[in-house]
Every structure is written in structure tokens, then in C-alpha cells.
Design a protein around this ligand. Structure first.
Ligand SMILES: Cc1cc2nc3c(=O)[nH]c(=O)nc-3n(C[C@H](O)[C@H](O)[C@H](O)COP(=O)(O)OP(=O)(O)OC[C@H]3O[C@@H](n4cnc5c(N)ncnc54)[C@H](O)[C@@H]3O)c2cc1C
Length: 387
């Protein structure tokens, strides 16, 4: 019987495994992280590489080590690229990733992993039983850290994909932005931070022509939610609402589809050079003709050689089938938006905790971010008894 099992070894699950083993002095054998991926943070590395982003949106104090100053210290010996950019000292992606790998290596976090996929979770009398594709794992406590939902693909794009058109989603597991051909026209659908970063990245890789089709003109916000959400400024009021009533506050707080100033300036440079064309509109009709993709929008017809969706993730609850199952089976409470209603320590049941996006109704709009991972682990830590 394992004392702790974390389901999902992305940024959130991996950081929590560090806090439990090193921050709470648990023995390594007491914590395991179940994940289908072989490597910790695999999805993070893959997705961020695909966008062509150069720096993080979050500041240098948000990282996956225990010491708040750890990444800053690491940056002193960083020579590969500009370690941070203003404002708010945001780290380079290359340096942030190197630091993550160093933290994982130094703390033996890869050794805590069980490679497998959870299929069913059952709360038994004195433990939780997780059925996986590798057999059953029993644990005293389970943390749900399943992270993000699948990439969001519009129906018209699914139809064209089935017809063998060159359609990719930036966050598809098999998509590799660095391998995409640069000849002819690349059409990017979506004008948020990832669409803007990818359009710039393609130009810098030598793409002939890049067209971005977006619902609005570029919208600039430094962060995806105001930094006031990291502390009592906004969280005080948030906590006074009943958890189900917190959803509209979270939705209103997020600057969805926005980008920070540096991403905008990089894009604007390419717009001025006429290497990127920004069209505002919606896809009205899409078809293929002789291997090319024809997209009709309010601005006219776009003919492209390939199409890349930067349309984010399906707006649903991560791990939804598991949650609904546990709700039916053990009566655990879900809000009308489908997210778990936990106590203030992210405890959904005496044996089940959540972190990451699943903790949104407790952690607020920053739950999915690195800052959310740090807050979540610090809350869960308060309930860990010394062994
Ligand atoms: C391109 C991009 C850039 C971002 N930039 C920033 C930034 O600058 N700053 C910031 O704070 N945040 C940023 N974020 C947001 C956030 O920090 C990341 O999305 C973060 O990686 C989320 O981590 P996670 O662990 O919740 O999810 P994931 O990385 O998706 O990990 C979840 C893991 O759970 C596993 N899993 C799922 N279901 C099961 C199952 N049934 N059984 C076993 N394992 C399972 C998956 O295999 C996966 O490895 C960014 C996000 C993206 C996409």
C-alpha cells in the first residue's frame, strides 16, 4: 500500500512529488507518480517547444524547485541566451527547461514514476484503488493532477483532416512545429499568445507567407490574470463566495486569447515587414483542392498549403469521466461547472486531493499556472503528518 499516489506527472504533479518527498521529508518509496508519459513534464516540453515561445509569461520566481530564489540563482550561470526579459524578469524557456531538468535530476523525481494510464478510481474503506493499464495500484491518498484537456479542434477542421489535408493542432502529440515546411502559405487559426508566437516563429524559420485568422485584433495583457489573484487583493473576495458561485469570477478574471507586450512586439515587427498578415474573422467554409486548403472567411478566400490550429484546449474539466464516476460512486461534490468542490486544502475526500486546473474553485484563476502548482502543493503539505 502506497502512502501517496499522484495521478499525472506534468508540472503540477511533479512539483507536488518534490514537495512531498523533500519538502515533507517523506521517503522516496512513499510517493509515486502515475503517468502515461515516460518523462516528467513531457507535455510541457512538447507544447512549449511547438509554439516557438522564447520566454515564459510568468516571472522567474515561478518554477518547480522548493527555494523561491532557485531559478534566479540558476540564471547566474546561464550563458545560452538572454536569461530573463523585462518586465517582471520572465525567464527564457531554454533556461526554465534546463532548470526543470536539473531539479528533476537532483531530486530523483523521475524515479518516482510509474508509467501507465489510470482507467478507474475507486474509494475503498481504508485506501483508494486505481486501476491502470499496468494493473491495480492501491494508495492511502491519491492526488488528481491530470492537467489539461485535449486540444480543441473545430468540426470543419476535423472534416478536412479526415480528407487528408495538412491540418495540425499546435498541441497535437505528434505535431512538431520545427519540422513544418516553410514554402508557400501557412495559415494559423487563432490569435492568442500561442498563435502569435507560432506565426512569428514560422517567419523566423524562413516561412514564405504566414496568415493569421483571428476573431479579434491582437489583445495585449501582461499576464493571463492580474497578479492580484496571487494574493489577498482579489483572493480575499473570491474566498467569500460559495465555490459554485466562483466560476463567473474566474471566467471574468482571465484575459483569454491575449498576449504580453513582448510577444505582440515580435509579431508587430513581422506584420510591418509584411511577412505575417493578420485577418480578423471567422471560418465560414473550408475545403481542399489539389492538396491546398481553401478557407472562406469574412475577408474573402484564403488559399493555404498547410493549416495550424492555435485554438487551445477543449473547455471542459480535466479527467471528467473520473470525477463523474467518483461523484456517483462516493457522492463527492461537483459544482454545476463540473469541477470538484474541495475544502481549502484541496481535499475532495479524506483520501482524495486535487491540484492544477482541477483546483480552480479553490485556487482561483491562476490554478493552472506554475504559481497555482506552488500554492496547491503548499496547501496539501499542511495536511501531511510527519512519518
Ligand atoms: C504553450 C503553453 C505555455 C504556457 N506558459 C506558461 C507560463 O509561462 N507560465 C505559467 O505559469 N503557466 C504557463 N502555462 C500553463 C501551465 O503552467 C501549463 O499548462 C502546465 O504545464 C500544466 O501542467 P499540468 O501538470 O497541470 O498538466 P500537463 O502538463 O498536461 O500534465 C498532466 C499529465 O497528466 C497525465 N495524465 C492525464 N490523464 C492521465 C491518466 N488517466 N493516467 C495517467 N496520467 C494521466 C498526462 O499524461 C500528463 O503528463 C503554459 C501552458 C502552455 C500550453
Amino acid at each position: 500500500m502506497l502512502p501517496w499516489l499522484i495521478i499525472g506527472g506534468g508540472l503540477h504533479g511533479t512539483y507536488l512529488s518534490l514537495v512531498l518527498t523533500k519538502g515533507c521529508s517523506m521517503e522516496a518509496k512513499q510517493v509515486r507518480v502515475l503517468d502515461a508519459e515516460a518523462e516528467p513534464l513531457a507535455q510541457w516540453f512538447h507544447r512549449t517547444a511547438n509554439t516557438g515561445m522564447t520566454h515564459l509569461r510568468s516571472p522567474i520566481v515561478h518554477h518547480i524547485d522548493l527555494e523561491p530564489g532557485s531559478l534566479k540563482k540558476f540564471s547566474r550561470n546561464w550563458r545560452q541566451d538572454k536569461c530573463c526579459i523585462a518586465p517582471y524578469a520572465r525567464p527564457s524557456l531554454a533556461m526554465f527547461n534546463a532548470h526543470c531538468r536539473e531539479v528533476i535530476e537532483r531530486n530523483g523525481l523521475a524515479e518516482l514514476r510509474i508509467q501507465g494510464t489510470a482507467r478507474h478510481i475507486e474509494i475503498a474503506g481504508n485506501h483508494v484503488c486505481v486501476e491502470t493499464n499496468q494493473g491495480a495500484v492501491r494508495a492511502r491518498r491519491v492526488v488528481l493532477a491530470m492537467g489539461s484537456t485535449p486540444p480543441s479542434v473545430p468540426v470543419w477542421a476535423e472534416r478536412l483532416s479526415a480528407a487528408d489535408a495538412q491540418i495540425h493542432h499546435l498541441f497535437d502529440e505528434e505535431f512538431k512545429g520545427a519540422d513544418l515546411a516553410t514554402s508557400g502559405t501557412t495559415l494559423v487559426i487563432g490569435g492568442g499568445i500561442s498563435g502569435a508566437q507560432f506565426a512569428s516563429y514560422m517567419v523566423e524559420r524562413g516561412a514564405e507567407q504566414v496568415v493569421v485568422l483571428a476573431r479579434s485584433q491582437p489583445r495585449v495583457h501582461q499576464f493571463d490574470a492580474d497578479p492580484g489573484w496571487l494574493g489577498p487583493k482579489y483572493m480575499g473576495r473570491f474566498n467569500r463566495y460559495d465555490p459554485p458561485a466562483r466560476r463567473p469570477l474566474i471566467t471574468a478574471a482571465r484575459h483569454k486569447g491575449s498576449m504580453p507586450g513582448d510577444v505582440f512586439r515580435r509579431l508587430r515587427h513581422h506584420l510591418r515587414q509584411e511577412r505575417v498578415t493578420w485577418l480578423q474573422g471567422e471560418v465560414r467554409h473550408a475545403s481542399t483542392n489539389a492538396g491546398r486548403i481553401m478557407v472562406q472567411c469574412g475577408q474573402g478566400l484564403i488559399v493555404a498549403d498547410r493549416l495550424v490550429l492555435a485554438t487551445g484546449f477543449i473547455p471542459t474539466v480535466p479527467g471528467k469521466p473520473f470525477l463523474q464516476d467518483m461523484h456517483r460512486q462516493a457522492g463527492l461534490t461537483l459544482a454545476p461547472c463540473g469541477f470538484p468542490i474541495t475544502d481549502r486544502f484541496l481535499r475532495w475526500h479524506s483520501r482524495v486531493f486535487v491540484t492544477g486546473g482541477l483546483g480552480e474553485l479553490t485556487l482561483g484563476p491562476v490554478a493552472r499556472n506554475i504559481a497555482g502548482a506552488r500554492r496547491a502543493a503548499n496547501l496539501i503539505k499542511q495536511l501531511v503528518r510527519p512519518t
